[in-house]
Design a protein around this ligand. Structure first.
Ligand code: SAH
Length: 490
């Protein structure tokens, strides 16, 4: 018989991808098949490797596209094929996650399994809502309760027992039944002014949190149109919510930002924006690709100039193809446009000899000439994109500095099937002239008037302004400075 696979029952945490355990991350990356739920965070899903099969068994309350017994069979079927199966579930797999039911069939069939606990939303959503689920001054127990009743049945909650326990109550799957829960607790003697809170989409960048008291909680849910997933918290600890609020007060919380950088570069900008609470979406408008240059006259040039990190990667690509390595650069000087390019060079073990005071190609050219870094007796090799701007060339030409403009990578615009709906976005970010052009091209005839565009420098802003964007320019041409500019605007 074929070797049986294994099933890993893995908690995906409450939504924020950084709340995933290291073990979960490793198993996701090693999986052949991932069987996932609706509650698994989008960024967690992004960790699933490309070749891995994804099976969606997501279910909404009251609407179960894949019945539980089918899910159990899917897990068994895939394991019997010899696959590494990750069963990925929101929060913790055993906290109202039916994890136990999923293991039964596997255990009967003697399929190997392992369980990876996850951070449960019952606690995490509270923490991100500024509520410590226990506190010595307020309670001595914590209770996690489902507020979901089986179809057609009444809620089966022992309200008097809960009231007597005097602890913190966390109700899950309870948005639809919040009225009945509040009524049940009050009828069992709980004070009407008992502090309560609702945390919707806890730990996610679209989290909303509302604080109320027991008497008004149903109304609060209705007025704010709270939707699942949300936890309802009842107990004195909720009185701390305003004092300890932190996540909802991050500087970019609630802001939606569209990122147009090429996919492989976007992570730094995206990470920084998300760390400040912004909701981001990647909409890469350009992609860059190495092109083999007709010739790279390495030997005869004394100065190498890099105007982007991509130029550095592509140059090393060429060097390798040519059967060379860094030793071929011995004795040469290196100039770069700014810190990101400098850092990339450093990653290849090279220091940079020259960087301009402002991170533009034009300034780079000007200052190389002004400082005498390059002169008539030095030959300069520019390693750039096929659509690099002309300014630096003109400056070198006017100073009679011999140079070769070597096109080592190409920039292409990306066509998208689904355009981002504009009115939904607070900001769009442009990290180069070509991202502006790529974006405009992808959007066809859209009107960009009033759309706030954060531009990496004035060159990029000039182009964006031509298309009617309302431009905000970062002080310096770095990702950090772009992020600062957005925060300043809030
Ligand atoms: N196993 C999961 C719970 C599954 S039951 C866990 O440990 O978190 C589904 C319920 O979990 C939802 O109805 C909601 O009450 C809660 N829930 C899941 N994710 C949530 C989130 N991000 N914010 C608030 N509540 C969430």
């Amino acid at each position: 018989m074929d070797k049986k696979g294994k099933v890993f029952l893995v908690g995906a945490g409450p939504g924020d991808v950084e709340l995933l355990t290291l073990k979960a991350e490793r198993l996701i990356k090693e999986a052949d098949v991932v069987v996932f739920d609706r509650l698994v965070g989008e960024k967690v899903m992004d960790l699933i490797p490309e070749g891995c099969e994804k099976i969606d068994v997501g279910k909404n309350v009251g609407d179960h596209p894949v019945p539980q017994h089918e899910i159990n069979k899917i897990l068994l079927r895939e394991a019997l094929k010899g696959k590494n199966v990750v069963r990925l579930k929101g929060g913790d797999p055993f906290v109202f996650g039916r994890g136990g039911e999923e293991l039964e069939l596997l255990s009967e069939e003697k399929v190997n399994f392992q369980v990876v606990p996850g951070i449960t939303s019952s606690i995490a959503a509270a923490a991100y809502g500024g509520i410590p689920v226990t506190h010595r001054d307020f309670c001595s127990s914590l209770h996690i309760i489902t507020g979901h009743a089986k179809a057609g049945a009444e809620l089966s909650i022992d309200f008097p027992a809960l009231v007597r326990l005097n602890g913190t109550l966390v109700f899950m799957m309870s948005v639809a039944n919040v009225g009945a829960i509040a009524k049940g607790l009050m009828e069992a003697g709980m004070a009407k002014d008992m502090p309560c809170a609702i945390v919707e989409n806890g730990t996610r960048l679209n989290q909303r949190r509302f604080v109320s008291d027991l008497d008004n909680i149903e109304e609060t849910v209705k007025i704010n149109q709270v939707k699942s997933p949300a936890v309802i918290l009842v107990g004195k600890v909720c009185s701390l919510a305003d004092k300890f609020t932190w996540f909802d007060e991050l500087p970019l919380k609630g802001k939606k930002i569209l990122i147009t950088q090429p996919q492989k570069k976007a992570s730094k900008l995206e990470e920084q924006l998300r760390a400040l609470g912004a909701e981001t979406k990647l909409y890469p408008c350009i992609k860059t690709e190495y092109i083999r240059p007709v010739a790279v006259p390495l030997e005869e040039n004394q100065i190498l100039v890099f105007t982007s990190a991509e130029g550095v990667h592509s140059f090393f690509n060429w060097l390798d193809e040519a059967g060379l390595d860094s030793r071929a650069l011995a004795g040469k000087k290196i100039a770069c446009v700014g810190p990101a390019t400098k850092k990339t060079l450093k990653d290849y073990g090279l220091n940079c000899d020259f960087m301009p005071t402002e991170y533009y190609g034009e300034t780079l050219g000007k200052e190389m000439v002004e400082t005498g870094f390059a002169d008539r007796d030095t030959k300069v090799l520019l390693l750039r994109a096929n659509i690099g701007s002309e300014e630096i060339l003109e400056i070198l030409e006017n100073a009679s500095i011999p140079f070769t403009d070597c096109k080592i990578y190409k920039t292409e615009y990306i066509k998208h099937e689904n355009m981002p709906e504009f009115s939904n976005w607070d900001y769009i970010t442009f990290t180069s002239k070509s991202t502006v052009e790529g974006f405009v091209k992808s959007m066809g005839q859209a009107d960009f008037e009033g759309v706030k565009a954060i531009c990496i420098g004035r060159k990029t802003a000039e182009i964006a302004a031509e298309f009617n964007f309302q431009t905000l320019v970062s002080k310096s041409a770095t990702i950090e400075s772009m992020v600062e500019r957005i925060v300043e605007d809030i």
